[in-house]
Write a protein that binds this ligand. Structure first.
Ligand code: GRG
Length: 296
């Protein structure tokens, strides 16, 4: 499989849809909409929507029904990055290869751009303009994403991450909670959302949830390694910030070789969870490998 070509093609599908769905440049208030567009279209791998499309395709043979939910996930992901970069959170000045939102637009506008993206994601989900999803399925997707993004998901993980910063000892279960919630919840949810949109059976949804859980954790472990050893230009963000902020990470707890091995084991276990899909599992298999081998 030509993974590079596949990712590029899917990224373009998502970018086109985002151009349609994200509130437009020139809309009033212009400065707010400029800030929104600046972060959404600064780049990004579009991993979450790509996962949603692939999960939808694996269960029903087509990806179209997952485009709008995938874009909603990307809006929420972008809001989380904008807020995460703020001085009171990670205080970063580079994201997706450009200056962070608050550096360009100021803190207040960056907070509001994130708030608007989060709210707009649910507006878009409630309308489902082109997916043709039955209301019951659409409601299931809304609940799924709200759960993954909220205080029992991503925001909860971010809260424990911040509480645990500094010198305090953090044990393995707490570290796992941070990772599975801060980052893992939205990745798991991307896979589940695609599966739900595609009309997955309970058994298919269970298998894909296992896949999503495993690549979610593998993604975060790889992210921690890249923060230590990655190339700032390729990543489009500052490296070394975890160390500087004494963040609790897998490399800090286990060292780099063991962390790498753990990410690889999780990626293999993720692929194993796809056995029932046989030949149709190719794209999700390739994405699992990408998650642990990526350079950005
Ligand atoms: C502020 C509510 C709130 C939550 C923040 C997602 C998150 C929670 C924080 C981001 C911090 C961070 C850099 C975590 C590491 C994993 C991660 C989400 C990396 C960025 O995701 P990518 O690599 O980014 O998919 P792109 O730019 O490619 O979309």
């Amino acid at each position: 499989m030509d993974l590079k070509g596949y990712l590029q093609e899917r990224r373009e599908i998502i970018d086109q849809a985002l151009k349609r769905l994200v509130p437009g440049q020139g809309d009033y208030p212009e400065r707010l909409h400029e800030a929104i567009g600046y972060s959404v279209f600064a780049g990004g791998k579009r991993l979450r929507p790509i996962l949603a499309l692939a999960a939808c395709e694996i269960v029903c043979g087509e990806w179209g029904k997952a485009v709008v939910p995938g874009c909603a996930l990307e809006m929420i992901h972008t809001y989380s990055l904008i807020h995460d970069d703020l001085p009171d959170m990670d205080d970063d000045d580079l994201r997706r290869g450009v200056a962070t939102s608050h550096k360009v637009f100021g803190e207040a506008m960056a907070i509001l751009a994130g708030d608007a993206l989060l709210t707009h994601a649910f507006d878009v989900l409630s309308r489902d303009e082109d997916g043709g999803l039955p209301d019951r399925v659409r409601l299931g997707i809304i609940q799924e994403i709200a759960g993954a993004a909220g205080s029992r998901g991503m925001v909860g993980g971010q809260a424990v991450d911040i509480i645990s910063e500094g010198e305090k000892e953090v044990d393995q279960p707490t570290l796992e909670y941070i990772h599975t919630h801060k980052t893992g919840a939205m990745i798991r949810s991307a896979v589940r959302v695609g599966a739900i949109a595609g009309g997955a059976t309970a058994d298919q949804l269970r298998a894909l949830t296992r896949y999503g859980d495993r690549i979610g954790l593998a993604f975060q472990i790889t992210d921690d390694i890249l923060d230590l050893m990655g190339d700032e230009k390729a990543l489009g963000k500052n490296v070394g910030s975890d160390l500087a902020r004494k963040k609790k990470t897998y490399p800090a707890l286990l060292g780099i070789p063991e962390s790498r091995e753990r990410a690889q084991v999780l990626a293999s276990a993720a692929v194993e969870a796809l056995n029932q899909f046989e030949a149709r599992r190719e794209s999700l298999r390739a994405i699992a490998n990408f998650v642990v081998e990526r350079m950005n």
